[in-house]
Write a protein that binds this ligand. Sequence first.
Ligand SMILES: [Zn+2]
Length: 108
Amino acid sequence: MPYRWPDDTVFTRLDFNVEDGWCLTCGCKLTVCDHRHRRLFPLKGPVHVGCKLAHCPQRVCPAHIQTLSPAAETALAMPWGVLGWDVGCWLGHRRCARHWSVGHLRTE
Ligand SMILES: [Zn+2]
């Protein structure tokens, strides 16, 4: 079940493009084929991430079937996850190294 954000949540907007604009197989310029929108929760506050997905337009290219995502999106959060990597590290450190209880983590 997807996470339900409160209606009054204020999001910071981030837009990402595929970093390398050229096909690594044939050298053709990549074209944007779709968009993906995600709402994430890093430590700095909620963000709305818009990603432009790209693929090689040459049908004869073996890389044509691959859809490329921006690496910056993966650097921000896990695929299919809502929490940012920094939140996961924050939780893991307090839970495993400091032995905080789950109730204490929720309070923080
Ligand atoms: Zn190609």
